[in-house]
Design a protein around this ligand. Structure first.
Ligand code: FEO
Length: 398
């Protein structure tokens, strides 16, 4: 296992999780990496570590550069176990290393590993000297946990950003410029939508704090590294995503169906959006993973969700999607509830409430659409006419 040299004295020594397909509910179809970075200076420093089952891979990469027992300092930018669960093994070989992290980091590491290691508490603005280089710290609570921080090396103009700017991509390439940019940006957007989106307000603050820094390289804790060729692109992406820049002319029609009546309604709704020049995606929950749908939600202003009535409620696939959606908390969207029913018709008010109630998704809502049993051609035409009027009125309000 080789270390990858990023600069003179700075190496990527992380691990590649080729088989990872599920990151707490997020479909990681391209696998992931856990990135750790080694700095060779008067004080030898390791920034973050890896998931416990890939610890040997990280150690082998460190050994490619230096004896791991010579590490003086660990910077722990985040407690979550994909970046910290190598620590208990690492501490066995470097029990006296200083572990620099913030107060939430210390608290979280103690609660995870029940050890009182050699913690050194940092705050935003603090810096430490490694010899020729310094590291300074900015705490970034809730991007992604309360303990997150980023570490900046002014001499190298490198930002070690941990979860921020990450992507779940397993590859033998280490730089974004070595992969097709469309794929890297799509995975960065998916990562934002499924991990970072609820904390967009905090991301806005991080972008403000990072703005004055000279940055030539962003080294995240997952996926590939950003360099001057593409730093502008990822920063522009984060700005748009953090400030909720959705497109009035994009819609998603998300549904599941029992006997295809709700599907027929979904198709008619999709056609109506298209007729109005709103680019719409038709997304069956039987065929699309909820974490992929979240990536599309980043751009779409209109979110239509359909379910037939089942047992006085909604289909479980739709319920799972809506609870995932609510947790990730996209803002300033327009919702539409629709569905077919046999007798009770409870699914439609339930969907309307889950999308529109301020305590749920809190979307601005269009008039709900329901239909008993199977819609005829004429019913579908009438649905389109009344929805068209509804959408036009809503677009005029925007
Ligand atoms: Fe990659 Fe929040 O851990």
């Amino acid at each position: 296992m080789k270390a990858v040299k990023l600069r003179e004295g700075i190496y990527w020594v992380g691990a590649i999780d080729w088989d990872l397909r599920n990151f707490h509910g997020y479909l990681t179809q391209r696998g992931s990496t856990y990135n750790a970075y080694l700095i060779i200076d008067e004080k030898i420093t390791l920034i973050d570590n890896v998931k416990y089952y890939l610890y040997d891979e990280m150690i082998a990469r460190i050994k490619d550069v230096i004896d791991p027992s010579k590490i003086d300092i660990i910077v722990q930018n985040h407690v979550e176990m994909d970046h910290s669960s190598g620590l208990p093994m690492l501490q066995k070989i470097i029990p006296n290393a200083d572990i620099y992290t913030n107060s939430n980091g210390i608290k979280g590491l103690k609660l995870h590993y029940k050890q009182d290691w050699n913690f050194k508490e940092i705050k935003t603005g603090d810096s430490i000297s490694l010899g020729k280089r310094e590291l300074s710290f900015i705490t970034t609570p809730m991007v992604h946990w309360p303990d997150n921080q980023v570490t900046y090396c002014p001499q190298e103009k490198i930002l070690f950003s941990n979860d921020a700017f990450g992507q779940h991509i397993a590859s033998s390439e280490r730089f974004a410029s070595e992969l097709p940019m469309g794929i890297v940006m799509e995975e960065a957007k998916k990562y934002y939508a499924n991990i970072v989106l609820p904390y967009s307000k905090q991301v806005q603050k991080v972008l403000d704090l990072a703005a004055p820094l000279a940055i030539d390289m962003i080294c995240p804790s997952h996926g590939v590294i950003w360099t001057p060729d593409n730093i502008g692109e990822i920063l522009a992406g984060y700005k748009a995503w953090a400030y909720n820049v959705s497109d009035n002319h994009r819609a998603l029609v998300i549904y599941d169906s029992m006997w295809k009546s709700t599907q027929m309604m979904a198709e008619a709704i999709h056609e109506t959006f298209e007729k109005l020049g709103v680019r719409a995606k038709l997304l069956s929950l039987q065929h699309n993973h909820i974490s992929d749908i979240m990536t599309d939600i980043i751009d779409a202003k209109f979110i239509a969700v359909g379910s037939p009535t089942l047992n006085s409620s909604i289909l479980p696939t739709v319920a799972a999607f809506l609870y995932y959606l609510k947790g990730l908390s996209p803002k300033d969207r327009i919702g539409l509830a629709f569905g077919s029913y046999g007798w009770g018709g409870q699914s439609i008010p339930i969907l309307h409430q889950l999308l529109g109630d301020p305590k749920e998704c809190g979307f601005d809502m269009l008039e709900p659409i329901k239909h008993q049993y199977i819609p005829s051609k004429e019913d579908l035409e009438n649905l389109k006419i009344s929805l068209e009027k509804n959408i036009k009125a809503k677009l005029e309000e925007q």
